[in-house]
Design a protein. Structure first.
Length: 308
């Protein structure tokens, strides 16, 4: 047998996502290239690694065993590369960060220079909702998390990064009365919510209840981007973090509704379990954030820190 590490990586990813198309996207390869390598890999075994039923790919029991072994081999190869880099005096290893979906507009800026300076560091960033982020942290599945609401039940340490401001937004055609906009003027609107478990949804629900705004019609969407597009299309209004709306506000697709008691302000925080034994890579990243956060915020988010 003459299978390559490249073939092991491809088959391992296919076994994980159960799709050649998705595997090609994850590996940044063309689908034909992945299909060819999968065929070449399969040709080296008498038993089938997978089967296609209808249009769905299934990994056989034998294929699952091969995938598990391939995963172990790839981990050992990565370990060799990390150890080699360490002996050369370079920082090497893995770091995993779990972030709430709206943090995707900020977290990459805090990572860019660190990753550029340390080419042997492999990053995994999981973008999900608040409940899943906290679960990942609680189960020790990530090194750090980025959230705007601190979990009370966990013993954590944190670095405060920057403010998170939430406003009521509507599309450009939303009619604003000549007199000052009152909360009662929103009663007949369709309200667009994030899914349960989202910190943005929780903040919106609390605001509506506190100010006795009646919700007669509502819609629920599962991502911040989906909510934004729905508001732009004129489906309804929503309370959203301003951090992801810069372009839409500048080009006039969205408008902020000037309502009393807004914005809602929280803070983005980088958090980790106090009991977590941070790796060398994680310690280095923590130090990088502590030393550079103010500069990063000033260079990339000056517009955001100003009053809108």
């Amino acid at each position: 047998m003459k299978y390559t590490l490249h073939q092991l990586e491809i088959f391992s990813k296919i076994a994980e996502v159960k799709s050649v198309t998705k595997a090609s996207e994850k590996l940044f390869l063309t689908q034909p290239a992945v299909s060819i390598q999968l065929k070449n890999f399969q040709d080296q075994f008498k038993l089938p690694l997978f089967e296609v039923v209808g249009r769905k790919l299934y990994i056989t029991e034998f294929g699952e065993e091969i995938a598990a072994t391939a995963g172990k081999i790839l981990e050992e190869v990565a370990s060799i590369n990390y150890k080699s880099a360490l002996f050369e005096g370079k920082l090497a290893g893995k770091i995993k960060i779990s972030i709430v979906s709206t943090a995707k507009y900020t977290m990459p800026f805090f990572l860019t220079n660190f990753i550029k300076q340390h080419e042997q560091v492999d990053l995994t960033m999981d973008v999900t909702n608040k409940m899943s982020v906290i679960r990942s942290l609680e189960n020790n599945e990530c090194d750090f998390a980025m959230v705007s609401t601190i979990p009370r039940k966990l013993n954590i340490e944190r670095i405060e990064l920057m403010k998170n401001k939430l406003y009521f937004v509507a599309n450009k055609n939303f009619t604003i009365p000549k007199k000052e906009l009152q909360t009662k003027d929103l009663n007949k609107s369709l309200f667009i919510f994030r899914e349960p478990g989202s910190a943005t949804r929780l903040a919106m629900e609390r605001f509506l209840v506190k100010h006795k705004i009646e919700v007669q019609k509502k819609m629920e969407l599962t991502s911040n981007e989906a909510v934004k597009q729905a508001v732009i299309a004129g489906l309804g209004i929503s309370i959203m973090p301003i951090i992801g709306l810069k372009n839409e506000l500048q080009n006039g697709d969205l408008q902020i509704l000037n309502i009393k008691n807004l914005p809602i302000e929280t803070n983005w925080n980088l958090i980790w379990l106090k009991s977590k034994n941070l790796s060398l890579v994680a310690k280095a990243f923590k130090k990088h954030i502590e030393e550079n956060k103010d500069k990063i915020i000033l260079e990339n988010f000056a517009w955001f820190t100003e009053d809108l």
